[in-house]
Design a protein around this ligand. Sequence first.
Ligand SMILES: *Cc1c(COP(=O)(O)O)cnc(C)c1O
Length: 355
Amino acid sequence: MGRLLTSKYQKLAPYVPGEQPQDKKYIKLNTNESPYPPSEKTLDAVSRVQVSALNLYPDPDAKNLTKALAERYGVNTDEVFLSNGSDDILNFAFMAFCDESHPAVFAKITYGFYKVYAELHSVPYREIPMESDFSINPDLFKNQNCSIILANPNAQTGIALPLSQIEEIVKTNPDNLVLVDEAYVDFGGESAVELTKKYDNLLVVGTFSKSRSLAGARLGFAIANRELIGDLNRIKYSTNPYNINRLTMVAGVAAIEDDAYYMANAERIKETRDYTASELRKRGFEVTDSSANFILAGKGKIPAEKYYSLLKDNGVLVRYFGNGDLEDYVRISIGTREQMQTLIDITDKLFAEEN
Ligand SMILES: *Cc1c(COP(=O)(O)O)cnc(C)c1O
């Protein structure tokens, strides 16, 4: 820590992203990226002509992309917000809607960034305990009189809540924000976007990083009633109005125009997920019932930390979260069918060596 850092930030425990090692080529199943590249149309959109316009600032209102998203999700353009990755939107939401009188509430096992943002902005927070099977008990989120931050499907477990329960949570916290982080919704969750027309306290957050193969472009969006979107824009225009670059903007429009390609990939990933989960269960693992592009697997024949490091030695990267609630589990992103077969074959080899 440098000697000039203000005391406010000295206790900060920053988010630890999944490793991105450069030493060799791994089968990367540790950060929930898509194994499929962007579509041909998306690639072509990032043309030489677009690159040559990089001397000019991008459109801060992102009009083309906003329009494309509004059409895709059946909402008005003033009900759409865009930013540099959905992490950026989560950050803005904590800034805009959480404070001492609107403390944050989120699940004990969920996306690790929620806690980091709460601490960054000195927002008091409470973590709601999980059920023994790692599912969320939605009743514990009702009538909280707090800002609710909920990933659905949930991060790390992949378990989804039905839309009827999300609606109850939104309805019973009418004077607080309910943020539903739908990073994984295209892999089997029920989207709450329609409910934004009925409830002015609901903010649905999405990303192009998972189902739309654009993690490297950094593009996130939110859908909500126009007042909430206006509040997010207040923050964005008070920090960095140009936070989506030109190339990402054209890639994003092309990705929405090519929605069928990405949604077909999401279907392939769902099939591969269900295959992988059932193969791992056959081998004795406990695997959560995931509606996302990853599975949480644990309590297998080899302790989770050792399994993680043996897989890494064999060229397969998965995520191990260390001590805590998930110390007996690894999170495995779903790659192509061939990649998952490799994971299963290596697992068989490791198990055979254990005996
Ligand atoms: C991956 C992920 C994000 C971050 O998405 P970006 O758009 O890449 O910033 C947000 N929330 C959850 C639950 C995620 O898994």
